[in-house]
Design a binder for this molecule. Structure first.
Ligand SMILES: [Mn+2]
Length: 303
């Protein structure tokens, strides 16, 4: 069997949608294939998405000839624990830094700095002339992934290809553009139920630059009110667990990122990186940035 899977820490809507849809495409090609993840779903997979009833499993017994396809992650240190690294047959991702690694191992990979992996998967349906396989729910699923990963198509990382996929999927599934709002409101509702947990559900642990702490969280939401009410709770939980951390709080309504940390040492580094000052433990980016964009900027940054 071919197992499609993603990262070990948490499962976001892009990995979830891409994995499910890619499995549908490969099955149609006659390949015994399933999307399996043992990671915890984060706040980007709210009720609107679970109502689509794609039931995925986290139960998996490896068999001798199983092979693995990895989506939405390419750092080999953070793959789902079910993966046998010697049996990976393909990597599809949009995080930079490990393109060379996979090429050197001769493992087919498509790593492009694009808004969503879901866009790359949609394009595979086009290339294989299998668009008819994308029913209404699959279209909705892929739309949610594109919306989340491109911040409603407004993040800098958004490409023309993401926009094309987004519109085509609406048309193909005959889906109203009101659905977009439904998705974001559903995310907000889920976050509001437990803001601190929502933050804990999306923390990346990866040292990519001296200008960023190893612990880097991210939370995307429509309205910041309920999140900002909980900043003290968030910082006390984070300070209990980690010495140095940063959280990228992305507000879709404002179109801004609020970089949050209480650690003065980290604040100084971030201030250098962005040439801007922290006030009340928040540094405001007038144009929001995704964590992967901030990481890319930090990697390339030198004084
Ligand atoms: Mn992604």
């Amino acid at each position: 069997m071919v197992v499609i899977t993603a990262g070990k820490k948490y499962l976001d809507i892009d990995a979830y949608a891409s994995g499910i849809a890619y499995a549908v495409l490969l099955k149609a090609k006659g390949i015994d294939c399933e999307f399996i993840s043992t990671a915890r779903k984060n706040g980007s997979i709210p009720k609107v998405v679970s109502d689509l009833k794609f039931n995925i499993t986290n139960i998996y017994k490896p068999k001798k000839n199983d092979k693995y396809i990895i989506v939405d992650i390419s750092n080999p240190d953070f793959l789902d624990k079910i993966v046998d690294p010697n049996r990976i047959i393909e990597v599809v991702d949009h995080h930079t830094g490990f393109e060379q690694f996979w090429c050197e191992q001769n493992i087919p990979n498509q790593i492009e700095f694009i808004g969503a992996v879901a866009t790359l998967i949609y394009e595979k349906f086009v290339q294989n002339r299998q668009l008819f396989l994308l029913d209404k729910n699959l279209c909705k699923l892929l739309i949610c992934a594109i919306l989340d990963n491109t911040l409603n198509l407004k993040a800098n990382i958004t490409s023309q290809r993401d926009i094309e996929a987004y519109h085509s999927l609406h048309k193909l599934g005959n889906i109203s553009y009101n659905f977009d709002k439904e998705y974001f409101l559903s995310c907000q509702k889920q976050i509001n139920e437990d803001v601190v947990q929502a933050v804990l559900n999306d923390i990346k642990i990866e040292q990519v630059s001296n200008f960023l702490p190893k612990i880097f969280g991210q939370l995307t939401f429509y309205d910041k009110k309920t999140i900002f009410d909980k900043l003290t709770d968030i910082s006390s939980v984070m300070n209990n667990q980690y010495k140095e951390w940063l959280i990228n709080l992305i507000c879709l309504k404002d179109g801004k990122s609020y970089l949050f940390t209480t650690n003065p040492h980290i604040q100084t580094k971030i201030e250098k990186l962005f040439q801007s000052k922290f006030k009340c433990n928040l540094l405001v980016l007038k144009q929001f940035m995704l964590r992967k964009e901030i990481m890319k900027k930090a990697k390339q940054f030198t004084i």
